[in-house]
Design a protein around this ligand. Structure first.
Ligand code: AHR
Length: 562
């Protein structure tokens, strides 16, 4: 037994060293087909010693990174860390709203545990009420003491009680400290209905609608920071052609006004048009049409953002499991998620043609992993678990957004609670924070920080036929001048030794947090909620260099300390 173990250990070391080179594979082949076991082992030891001396393992593993603090890039807009909450499954009802009579601790019906958790993320904005739901939403159903009970035909055909409406949403935003991103109904609604909603929300004048708002408990006008004009109008939002949508966009942009006195000069409401849902010609033609019209727009209409929806799904319908998968599915999903970079580059190039000054932001207001529903759950509720893979996926996407920060100035992960790639999962009175939540938490310092270029040779992680960059990283300087680095080790099997060369800083050490877990599909559950949680990490700088050991499949954020 002991001999077997020793041999297995030996073979493991032999494998690890030899797999690094083609020469190594040749030796391995000879060793496997040569004379007796003992002779082979002795011969191998000799060869291994020689190989190890010539090419130490650590050196082969090392990634050299250089960060030049003097080279600042675009601002990483805090709105890149936005959320999306649709009336879908348990996203709003149970996830946010439990009602004032619930046993679950709440303030005015909004659960307090969720508020505390979201506050810690410094959520910049929340997109609401959808999604496909938005294009069938009639705001009057959700105000006043008597709520109209309707249906939610998009998401399971269940009852929509409308107990969570405009005031409850604005109250929730107030409690977590976020801004409103309202998506108005362009599909089954009218410009008149949307215009009245905005007047109801924002006017300070004593109009009939303002008096109704006051009677419903809010005399002061609300602030609406962002207005989404339709949702996926090319599909669930009404299957419109680009030309048909453009005529709607012009009308809604003109007549759906924000009257809040504080939003007239500064802090004007930004209007976001429906943009593409992929990279095929259908979508590039859509971007072309909208941006071409924007280029020659008159005083009567405007837009400040073009949305982009892109889920990591590999193929429709979503079939990848959200838990209980292996390395093959890990590698496949991450390969698929990295396509976000090309997608952004493709649409940015079209936008550059018509808007070289980058006045219009690309707003990735629906993104994230979309997997098969949890077995036994309602298929229309889009309930899925959230694993370490999702943490890596989130970090890679946030890095992509930051790398395109000059054009991508807003993004909203789908969705905030209990739906798709959620921050939080709830089960009645219980609540857990997901691995994705913790990535958002450790990335907080990047909100409104200034992008700093970081150069490195990422190396390659390979599984079967899939090859991915082994390391991904971004750097940024916060308002206080502190330098932050976010580094992801994609490789689930190998540690990464990172040597960071620091130009333009006298940093003596670095400290931060690292997120990893035993397996690629490790999750937090209601019974075991702390399997995937960040842990502290630190390192000392020597001779202008800082060396970090990163765990396999990990996301790390560190700050440099003087
Ligand atoms: O996020 C779920 C759905 O995905 C949204 O309602 C829709 O906009 C998209 O297709």
């Amino acid at each position: 037994m002991a001999q077997k173990l020793a041999f297995r250990t030996f073979r493991a070391i032999q494998y690890r060293i030899l797999r690094r080179s083609q020469v190594g594979w040749t030796f391995l082949f000879v060793l496997q087909s040569g004379p007796s076991l003992l002779v082979r082992s002795l011969l191998a030891s000799f060869i291994l010693l020689a190989v190890a001396m010539a090419a130490p393992v650590a050196a082969a593993q090392k990634v050299y990174m250089s960060v030049d603090v003097s080279k600042a890039g675009a601002k990483i807009d805090r709105n890149l860390f936005g959320q999306f909450a649709e009336h879908l499954g348990h996203g709003v009802y149970e996830g946010v709203w439990v009602g004032p009579d619930s046993k679950i601790p709440n303030i005015r019906g909004i659960r307090s545990d969720v508020v505390a958790a979201m506050k810690a993320l410094r959520v910049p904005d929340v997109r609401w009420p959808g999604g496909c739901f938005a294009d069938e939403y009639h705001w009057r159903n959700g105000i006043g003491s008597q709520r109209t009970v309707t249906l939610n035909p998009n998401w399971g055909g269940v009852i929509e009680p409308n107990t969570f409406g405009t005031h409850e949403f604005m109250d929730f935003l107030d409690q977590i400290g976020a801004e409103a991103y309202l998506s108005v109904n362009v599909g089954s609604g009218t410009p008149h209905e949307a215009a009245e909603w905005l007047e109801y929300l924002t006017t300070a004048q004593p109009t009939t609608l303002a008096k109704e708002r006051t009677a419903n408990g809010h005399p002061a006008p609300y602030k609406v920071a962002f207005l989404g004009i339709g949702n996926e109008s090319w599909d669930c939002g009404g299957n419109m052609t680009p030309d048909y949508y453009l005529s709607q966009l012009k009308i809604y942009s003109r007549f759906v006004r924000n009257f809040n006195p504080l939003q007239q000069d500064k802090q004007q409401m930004l209007k976001i048009a429906v943009g593409p849902g992929g990279g095929d010609p259908r979508w590039t033609e859509w971007t072309e049409a909208i941006m071409k019209a924007y280029q020659s727009h008159t005083w009567s209409w405007d837009m400040n953002g073009l949305s982009l929806h892109s889920y990591t799904v590999v193929k429709w319908p979503p079939s990848y499991a959200s838990v209980g998968f292996g390395e093959a599915e890990y590698a496949q999903i991450l390969k698929s998620t990295l396509e976000m970079n090309d997608l952004i580059a493709k649409h940015s190039a079209i936008m550059d043609k018509y808007d070289p000054q980058k006045k219009v932001a690309l707003v990735v207001d629906e993104w994230g992993g979309w997997y098969a529903p949890i077995p036994g759950s309602h298929p229309g509720f889009l309930a899925q678990q959230n694993s370490l893979r999702d943490a890596i996926l989130a970090a890679l996407n946030l890095n992509i957004f930051a790398q395109h920060a000059d054009r991508v100035r807003m993004a909203n992960i789908a969705q905030m609670i209990n739906v798709l790639q959620a921050m939080i999962l709830t089960d009645k009175e219980k609540m857990i924070l997901t691995p994705t939540y913790y990535v958002y938490k450790i990335y907080v310092p990047f909100q409104d920080a200034t992008f700093v270029p970081v150069s490195f040779d990422a190396g390659t992680y390979t599984h079967d036929s899939i090859s991915l960059p082994r390391i991904d990283a971004i750097a940024a300087k916060d308002k206080a001048g502190k330098l932050w680095l976010a580094i992801t080790n994609v490789d689930p099997n190998q540690q990464a030794e990172i040597e960071i060369r620091l130009a333009g800083t006298n940093a003596k050490s670095a400290a931060g947090e690292t997120l990893t877990a035993p397996k690629v599909d490790s999750v937090n559950t209601f019974d075991v909620p702390n399997t995937v949680v960040p842990k502290p990490i630190s390192a000392k700088a020597r001779d202008g260099k800082l060396t970090l050991e990163l765990e396999p499949k990990s996301v790390t954020v560190i700050a440099l300390e003087q």
